[in-house]
Design a protein around this ligand. Sequence first.
Ligand SMILES: [Zn+2]
Length: 239
Amino acid sequence: MLSILRRDLVYRDISPDIVEHDNDIDADQWSYDNRDVYRGRFDPQYTSYDLNVYWLYDDNLKRVGLAEHEVDDPAVFEVLWFRENPFATLYQNDGWKSKQKTLWSVIPHEAYADCLEDDFTTVFDRCLTSKYRLITPSMILDEPTIYECQKCKKQSLSPLPNCKVVNKKPYFTSTNYIFIDESFIMYEPPKRRQSVSSEHPLPEEELPDSQPELKDEELPKESALQSLGQKEIPQLPQS
Ligand SMILES: [Zn+2]
């Protein structure tokens, strides 16, 4: 989850399990966004950001989100929730929707068979020779590098130890992105500009009817990522 109060902070641990420092405490009940939750102790690992970060729990002590408060002024805070899918959680934007189907539904059966044969370890590398780039939430946080052998032209997201002259290329250079999770389920980015708080989307008439676009604030700063959410998701040809 991208922090709202700090542009350079990412909350990477989004397991629903209780965090260790909240074990065995009598958590107080709080209400955030009109939702009753239990709030743990502040998480010490974020104090260097001058934030008091509290994990929020449901009745079963499963983590459901967090509240980040300014240390200097606790009345200034933002709440981040675990949402329906990993992209919605990452960007805190419910406009990210599951396409309810996997990558395998749009690629030729032979390609699926090849991936299956490799135990799905080569899916990303195989896509490098196409114009499509598969993007997972973790790739948005840490952009992969493409390794390309000058001689045999082999491309991979892992270093090519058996090749002598290997060039490195950035990954986010395509215009054809397919957003997937770890189970290869596909997602589409928000169709329309949304306000940061998904509970209060902009009224319909104020929306520009240009191409899909994310608010800048919702994107990580780095380079090509600025435009990631703006891309149309392509359909792979059924050949
Ligand atoms: Zn080579």
